[in-house]
Design a protein around this ligand. Sequence first.
Ligand SMILES: NC(=O)c1ccc[n+]([C@@H]2O[C@H](COP(=O)([O-])OP(=O)(O)OC[C@H]3O[C@@H](n4cnc5c(N)ncnc54)[C@H](OP(=O)(O)O)[C@@H]3O)[C@@H](O)[C@H]2O)c1
Length: 344
Amino acid sequence: MPDPTARYAAPIRWGILGTGVIAAEFAKALALVNNGVLLGVGSRNQASADQFAQTYGAAHAYGNYAGLVNDPDIDVIYIATPHTAHFANTLLCLKAGKAVLCEKPFALNTAQVTQMVARARQAEVFLMEAMWMRFIPLIAELQKRIDAGVIGEVRMIQADFGFRAPFDPRSRLFDPKLAGGALLDIGIYPLAFAALLLGEPEDIASLASLGTTGVDEQSGYLLRHKGGALSVLASALRTQTSMSAWVYGTRGRIHLPKQFWRGQELIIYRTDNRTKQEPERVHKPYPGNGYQFEAQEVIDCLLAGKTESVTMPLDESIALMRTMDRIRGQWNLSFPAEQITDLN
Ligand SMILES: NC(=O)c1ccc[n+]([C@@H]2O[C@H](COP(=O)([O-])OP(=O)(O)OC[C@H]3O[C@@H](n4cnc5c(N)ncnc54)[C@H](OP(=O)(O)O)[C@@H]3O)[C@@H](O)[C@H]2O)c1
């Protein structure tokens, strides 16, 4: 029997805000969820909205974001715009009472993120950062194995995310007006990975190579966590890196090969006894592009009446942004759009 007092009922009806690269991937992933359906899309222009709606089977197409946000049939909005728009777009949705899944980075700085979180909590509306790595089955398996002590106490993490993007000063990757740079776009993955296993760092040392547009084309982060564990992390927009992660413990180590944030296999090497042991390979295959798991989390939370995910809590998003603020502070790198911290 459906609960007549419940705020949401299955299927949860999704709207997608923005029609770019990740919006399309997310639309494909929605075809794999339970109790969820793509209903609407909002774009800055009607032709893009119509095209997207036709391609992915959305019944409602709006040529502006306000139309989508005010659609009474939409339950939750996935924000797929550039970093610089996340703050304003999230507040727009929350104001209209819509639940929100917002792309990473959640916004540009801690001041913006804390405001988003405060608004959501005040309005008792669901909000989550789309840190999809957290919901990949292999990552849950990794946590389970580490909690069970398979490699002992974690003492060190190495992880990197780097690829060679074609240089285009006007693209969102390189343009400071769109808060470009490796840190916010992809450095956030190794940082979130380290935070997941070792918590918010106590001390940070970092260096960046700033390119001609003034944003970090590559950067490295050395974190010390409570108890002395270290994370050695890097990200790059003009250098292809291994895109893998290693977790080193007192009794062994775990390798997550390329691409560690969305992997399907990990390898455990035990070093705690003298007899040579074969590495253990753990497989967690999944269909599709992997974005279905974060979408499923949102759906399950809404149907359970939750306003926050336990797996990707809002305090975790604030802490992650605090770490990135500290890192950028060490480089004196700021973006024009981060001055916006109050839209009312
Ligand atoms: N989770 C992941 O794996 C993943 C992967 C890629 C990107 N992302 C994140 O998703 C966000 C979007 O990335 P993307 O690669 O999808 O970007 P994109 O292809 O450039 O798409 C962004 C969309 O946002 C809308 N938009 C609103 N204001 C804009 C502006 N000033 N300039 C350009 N577009 C604007 C546009 O849609 P309309 O014209 O329809 O309004 C555009 O198509 C970023 O924050 C990024 O970090 C996440």
